[in-house]
Design a protein around this ligand. Sequence first.
Ligand SMILES: N[C@@H](CCC(=O)N[C@@H](CS)C(=O)NCC(=O)O)C(=O)O
Length: 440
Amino acid sequence: MTDVITAFERSPDGGMGLARDMRVRWALEEVGQPYDVHLVSFRAKREPAHLRLHPFGLIPTYEQGDLVLFETGAIVLHIAEQHAGLFPDDAGARARAVAWMFAALNTVEPPILELVTARFAEGDRPWAEARLPLVEDRIRERLAQLSARLGDADWLDGAFGAGDLMMCRRSSGSGFGPAGRVSGACRLCRPRRSAARVRTGFRRPMGDQRRSFAGRGQSPDAPGNTPPARTSQSLRRSAVPDTTCHMSISLDGVVAGPGQSREEPLGRRGRELHDWHIGDPRANDADRVANEWLMRPRGAYVMGRNMSGPIRGDWDEDWSGWWGPEPPYHAPVFVLTHHAHHPIPMDGGTTFHFVTEGFEAAYSAACAAAGDLGVDIAGGASTVRQALIAGVIDELTLDIAPVLLGSGERIFDGVESFGFEPAEILHSPLATHVRYRRVG
Ligand SMILES: N[C@@H](CCC(=O)N[C@@H](CS)C(=O)NCC(=O)O)C(=O)O
């Protein structure tokens, strides 16, 4: 029997994983139970058909034959009780897992929800500014207590389980979202988030949420648009478009030499890493195939500002990239910067968009724009590093040049585990091209 859950058709968070159906999807993925997702519009969830499932007109709901459940905690508890994988066998450990589930819902989540109210519902009140720090302090205190309890452990009570799944809500563990600014203060938020994200059970529904947000077409709430109350998508096992990254790298792990400048955008000797695709007569068929991998069309790109140009600080001159009037991307490119800039449309379909809210925001925007072609992390080193730490790359191709640069920009500093295995290897005198796929 296939379970059915409901989720937002257009989630207010833009499909970033904050909506509560995320935990239910993740639980079902962890236990290997097939499920369908019915997407509900804001209007439809207030209609009688949805109110029969959820008395408060919210998502998620869960149907299994005649059984109808609402409340995320109750749904995850039911799934954990029915299937192996989320609860330990030992009765005491099981009771502790339930305690952590309640702690997530009753102790950690309330101050986070208070912040959502303070920011979004009461943000225009005269006292809002004075109230925010108090609310943020309460979240900080909870997260610090959680960090202290976790110590160096990955999970709350031994192996991963239902308690972790309920606690790993992205709003309490991400660098953005309602609690983002304060959760950055939680020492363990970053490693926990990475650990959560490398679990396949977490990654697939994250992609599904993004895809249903990006779901093309108008929201049913748009005037004059009256689709059926619930649209059904069979999201189970559907392919999430891959996120790719392709980097030329030296044998000693450097992707750009030191001293990057307008004259030497790849830094000192950085060009030597790219001989395999910029006209060296020793290039062979292996290099040509690797170049096809590099040039294959992608739906959107994420790029660091240093890669997009030599300007640092404020934008004090016109700059539209190194690539001339028609850059090779032919798709939206989301450039990470601390300095806002209006979008720059270029010939051939490339538009540079400038994102000031950090990597996660740029990556989410790229996912929403990319469609089925998926996202590529274009570089440079710092952006790739952030993508590796966030665990979003599915396919990493390294063109390893037989060159030692000694110093320069590295992509693996701070990346705790590699998490990929080789899927294809080609070589020439100029480079060993390794296409790695994420494991798990
Ligand atoms: N305690 C409920 C809360 C459900 C809830 O607030 N769902 C949100 C989405 S994350 C919702 O449907 N919001 C729409 C609304 O408030 O109208 C649960 O955990 O399931």
